[in-house]
Design a protein around this ligand. Structure first.
Ligand SMILES: [Zn+2]
Length: 430
């Protein structure tokens, strides 16, 4: 669609969405103010207060805009930050979701008749796996729902069914790719990896170290996709692989600064989404807590829809050090690309005015000089950060103290955010 047509379509759907919220949503009915929707433009969105995870959790029932009997699925957000939150979907929301994921798959080049191996769960009240299943089905592709299963079972499926695409978390796909290579299992049938939860690009849109590692172990192209259970919309990379495309009929995208003002394309801020055509739990200007930027230049694939850059971190984990604003992910990136390092974690401390960060590492060869690591961190963060070598046992004890999943960021600041795993810096929140 041409830019003008996108704008016209979005304006019409946005007016319908606002009218629906004003009539049906107890939460939006309770907000003061009355809008003349006939002349409402996208730029007028700023007049409507944004919602976030906190208000959605606190006033959860008030956001449900249909009678209980019309709800077909109840999911929960993962609650990485704050409490988990109930999300209700109607029949038409599930239909919309199927269309959304079919569109995303098609954007990355998956076609009718392709086999898609899903390595994410369909149960445990998560929406992601269900959405990918419905998307594959809607597209006319074949879903293979192996979910969270053993490496051996995925390998067996790859040998027997030869899927052309796999959907999964990049760090898991790296693990699976290494397993296949070590066991001399041919994975050449897999042409596409649809990657959720961890970014494949850095802030300059260059392939991240995790992305590079995937490219080394798979002979597939890698596509990033971003979504969450609240916004029910995914932003998936196309063949040009330079940001996830917004499906223009499903959402309006804004990037907001800390005061809630929209930022121009390229500026880093909070990803804020108004999902369109949602009936169960309609939202206006939902602040996701994820930090990224918008790209609005025409894409090489020919689409004019705006794109979203990689998720650089979560707002609650934002660090302010000596006037520089950055996220734990910046350090994770530098440390992940350091071959000297076997294991690591970060500690943030501070009084609310300026944060301090300290990095604790276990080295593959204890006693190796840390100059190169320090240089990489400085190049990525423009900061000189203390790095302390620790015995492997101590670092592992800390990183794996809470669960089998590694925790690599420990927030000891005055108002601490929850401690996070490296992958959670950008976790797919459904
Ligand atoms: Zn494109």
């Amino acid at each position: 669609m041409a830019l003008e047509d996108i704008r016209r379509l979005q304006t019409r759907l946005l007016r319908e969405h606002l009218e629906f919220c004003g009539k049906q949503s107890p939460y939006y009915r309770s907000l003061p103010g009355d809008f003349d929707l006939s002349g409402f433009q996208i730029a007028d969105l700023i007049k409507i207060p944004a919602a976030d995870k906190t208000i959605l959790s606190e006033k959860n029932d008030m956001f449900i805009a249909v009678p209980e009997a019309e709800i077909r699925d109840i999911s929960f957000t993962s609650g990485t930050i704050g409490a988990s939150c109930r999300i209700a979907y109607t029949e038409s929301d599930l239909d919309r979701l199927a269309y959304n994921d079919a569109t995303g798959f098609a954007c990355s080049g998956i076609d009718r008749g392709d086999r898609v191996l899903l390595t994410c769960t369909l149960d445990r009240c998560f929406i992601a796996g269900l959405a990918y299943f419905m998307g594959a089905r809607r597209l006319g592709a074949t879903a293979i729902r192996n979910g969270i299963n053993s490496l051996e079972s995925h390998a067996d499926i790859i040998m027997r069914l030869k899927p052309g695409a796999i959907v999964g978390v990049p760090s898991f796909l790296r693990y699976l790719g290494n397993f296949l290579r070590d066991n001399k299992i041919d994975s050449g049938c897999v042409k596409r990896l649809i990657c959720i939860g961890e970014p494949l690009r850095d802030e300059n849109m260059e392939t991240s170290s995790l992305g590079e590692q995937l490219l080394q172990v798979w002979s597939a192209r890698i596509f990033s996709t971003y979504a969450s259970s609240e916004i029910v919309t995914s932003f998936t990379e196309c063949s040009a692989q330079c940001g996830g495309h917004l499906p223009p009929d499903l959402a309006v995208l804004e990037i907001l600064d800390e005061s809630g003002n929209p930022l121009p394309p390229g500026d880093v801020g909070e990803v804020t989404v108004t999902p369109l055509q949602v009936t169960g739990m309609p939202l206006i200007r939902f602040r996701t807590g994820d930090i990224s930027f918008m790209l609005d230049s025409p894409c090489r694939c020919g689409r004019f829809s705006p794109r979203i850059g990689p998720i650089l971190g979560r707002k609650a984990q934002m660090l302010k050090i000596k006037g520089t604003t950055l996220f734990p992910g910046t350090f994770f990136t530098a440390l992940n690309s350091s071959p000297e390092i076997a294991e690591y974690y970060l500690e943030a401390s501070g009084d609310g005015f300026s944060d301090r960060i300290e990095i604790f590492v276990a080295l593959k060869d204890p006693g190796t000089r840390l100059d190169q690591v320090a240089k990489r961190i400085q190049a990525k963060s423009r900061l000189s950060v203390p790095i302390r070598e620790m015995p492997m046992e101590d670092v592992r004890k800390k990183v794996f103290s809470a669960s089998r999943k590694p925790l690599r960021f420990f927030d000891l600041r005055a108002a601490p955010a929850k401690n996070i795993r490296s992958a959670d810096a950008c976790e797919f929140s459904s």
